[in-house]
Design a protein around this ligand. Structure first.
Ligand code: GAL
Length: 673
């Protein structure tokens, strides 16, 4: 299948969603001038253009899009063409109410916003396929077209009747018989046994707690239905243009899609990423999403959307201070992105997102936002030939799985404060702050190449995944796991003993007596650190090594951190600094080294191919020791303190850097040796 490299051809794609139907055609001329000046080489067209293309049922108004495609081609800007199926026109809902999704209370979600389509509606699927066919036929041969973008951020749920019918169909395929479904869902409890398939529904509003396995299956089903919508459109455009790659943009760490499964169906994996500029851990959140996306792509990936300035959907929407857009964009490149794109090119003056920034903001060409975009374009052009297509090799894998996430976020669990995504962030943060770079992997992936495998929390593990973890450790790997791992099987049935017996044996746990979740703000004192969120009453096996015990309280003297050989178990969430130290120690023991020794705290170092990216996430200038002689590929564009300055002089291929480099506020250096 064609990949991102067929589009990039040694460049980094730079651009964004372009919604010119909001603007008169004179503005298009200004747009292309500004795009050229900024080095924009790719735009995504048509994401929400359905009503413009098909204003009445069956109409096709392609003239404006023809002109636009031609204008883009004439100016050397490639087009990622979107199928407009994320926002059906009002006539679709009006004439076909069966296309509208229904919430769990039976209420219809109306048009007037976006994403008001039912993934299960046969009518919606038919209309979406028809417009996709016609777009593919019309533009498949256009020279501006580089890639297809299907829909946008698939994210809808539907509890309606048509969805229920498809859910039954999906369940029949999964279980075969009602007996098997009853067994998997544990319907013996609370008189829930099903005697006829017609009785089975989507998990609608219920008087009290819902059946957890039904809810888990509904999440699996929803992800699969959305995927069916994606693959249906993908296959249409593929038939027309087998030489062009197809993508659909993920939301970052979005709970609604099993992105491992989805990524396998995409030619290019792309993601939208909007860390809060005020969040002190915004860069780490970005790093986690980037690590995950690169791992799903198994190589270079596409940053489909980010904001050049503020978003408009937080309570308070902060702009990006000078330099931050460049820093976070280059962070994505360091972590494997071969495309740096935005929502959207030009900030809207009307509509729901008029207060969301664009690459060209309301302040226009003179505005700081556009000026910084322009500068970034120049930076990307400078480094692209050395960066595009390069892979990254990491020694550490962090495991994540959507099914474990879904199963662990049920109602009526031991602690409502334990959130899978928060625990994942906490463990990734500990590694990130130790300058240990990581991949993210699925628990059934081949892990043999990693020196260390980290399981922040995998509440649900299949037998295959457990075998995989055991084989990994048997093969010489080091494994460290957090609490609530291996608790349930794939039907969310608690494994005997409260945790899989083979895993207990692996970690040296004889008996897991009770979980002792902690209240918010409560701590569990342990040898040398404090635990948060959770603690456990564990009895170790004779051959386990207790690395730290609980001190005081009901668990006094019981193991908090234990291991058997190379398999570690951490039964609480140590405070951030302590988890960092623990993981740094375990990583060192496993032979996984930080990218650079003695890095200042706010500096991130990432290797991509033979390049070393240094990113200063602090507002203060900082000096980094980089033994040897290097060239800073970014240095020629800047003489100010925002970038790295070395001890040497600039040349055509970057300034020479010897032994140390100073990075200004939010400064970045890209060093080649
Ligand atoms: C994304 C979406 C864009 C735009 C953007 C605003 O979720 O794909 O269309 O809404 O958010 O941040």
């Amino acid at each position: 299948m064609p990949g991102l490299d067929t589009v990039t051809n040694g460049r980094i794609l730079f651009g964004g969603d372009y919604n010119p139907e909001q603007w008169p055609e004179e503005t298009w001329r200004e747009d292309v001038r500004l795009m050229k000046d900024a080095g924009v080489n790719s735009v995504t067209l048509g994401v929400f253009s359905w009503s413009r293309i098909e204003p009445q049922p069956g109409a096709r108004e392609f003239g404006w899009l023809d002109r636009l495609m031609d204008v883009m081609h004439a100016h050397g800007v490639g087009v990622v063409l979107a199928t407009p199926t994320a926002s059906p026109p009002p006539w679709v809902g009006h004439l076909h109410p069966d296309t509208l999704p229904v919430d769990q209370d039976g209420r219809t979600e109306w048009w007037g916003g976006r994403q008001h389509f039912s993934h299960s509606s046969a009518t919606y699927r038919r209309l979406a396929a028809a417009i996709t066919e016609d777009l593919a036929a019309r533009y498949g041969g256009h020279p501006a077209l580089t890639m297809w973008h299907i829909n946008n951020e698939y994210c809808t749920y539907d509890w309606g009747d048509e969805a229920a019918a498809r859910f039954r169909h999906w369940l029949r395929a999964r279980y075969g018989t009602l007996d098997a479904l009853n067994e998997a869902w544990g319907t013996a409890f609370w008189s829930q046994g099903y005697g006829d398939w017609a009785e089975v529904h989507t998990p609608r509003r219920a008087h009290y707690l819902k059946n957890p396995t039904q809810v888990l299956d509904f999440k699996r089903f929803t992800s699969d239905m959305l995927l069916e919508c994606f693959t249906a459109e993908r296959d249409i455009v593929r038939r027309a243009t087998p030489h062009l790659p197809v993508t659909s943009n993920f939301m970052p760490l979005w709970a609604g899609q099993d992105a491992w499964r989805w990524a396998a169906e995409e030619d290019v994996v792309s993601v939208d990423l909007y860390p809060d500029p005020r969040d002190p851990l915004g860069a780490q959140h970005g790093a986690l999403v980037q690590d995950m996306t690169r791992s799903q792509a198994r190589g270079p990936w596409m940053l489909m959307e980010q904001a050049a300035g503020p978003v408009n959907w937080r309570g308070v929407n902060h702009p990006k201070p000078r330099g931050l857009n460049r820093l976070w964009s280059l962070q994505a490149v360091a972590r494997g992105a071969d495309a740096v794109c935005y929502f959207q090119w030009r900030q809207s003056r009307q509509g729901a997102e008029k207060f969301h920034s664009g690459m060209v903001g309301h302040a226009g060409e003179e505005g700081r936002t556009y000026q910084e975009v322009k500068r970034l374009g120049a930076d990307l052009a400078r480094i692209s030939a050395r960066v595009a297509g390069r892979h990254t090799v990491n020694d550490i894998a962090v495991l994540h799985d959507w099914h474990a996430w879904w199963a662990s976020s049920q109602e009526a669990r031991p602690s409502a404060h334990v959130e899978h995504a928060d625990v994942l962030h906490a463990w990734h943060r500990a590694l990130w702050e130790s300058h240990l770079t990581t991949d993210v992997a699925h628990p059934e992936h081949d892990l043999a190449g990693y020196k260390l495998v980290v399981v922040p929390q995998l509440y649900l593990l299949t037998d295959t995944a457990i075998d995989n973890l055991l084989a990994y450790v048997r093969g010489g790997g080091t494994l460290v796991s957090g609490f609530l791992t291996g608790v349930a099987d794939e039907d969310d049935r608690v494994r005997p003993g409260g945790m899989d017996a083979r895993l207990r044996e692996l970690f040296g746990i004889r008996t897991l007596h009770e979980w002792w979740p902690l209240d918010p703000g409560e701590h569990a004192a342990c040898d040398g650190f404090r635990g948060t969120l959770w603690s456990e009453e564990i009895e170790e096996t004779d051959d386990a090594v207790v690395e730290a015990s609980y001190r005081g309280g009901d668990l006094d003297g019981l193991p908090a951190v234990l291991r058997r050989d190379r398999a570690w178990y951490v039964s609480t969430l140590p405070e951030p600094g302590s988890l960092r130290e623990l993981l740094a120690r375990i990583a060192a023991g496993a032979g996984a080294a930080p990218v650079l020794a003695d890095l200042p705290a706010r500096v991130e170092a990432v290797r991509r191919g033979d390049l070393l990216f240094l990113l200063n996430h602090g507002r203060e200038a900082v000096t980094v020791e980089v033994p040897g002689t290097h060239r800073n590929l970014l240095a020629d564009t800047d003489t100010d303190t925002d970038t790295g300055t070395g001890t040497g002089t600039g040349t055509g291929t970057g300034a020479e850097v010897t032994d140390r480099i100073t990075l200004g506020r939010y400064g970045v250096a890209v060093l080649s040796s």
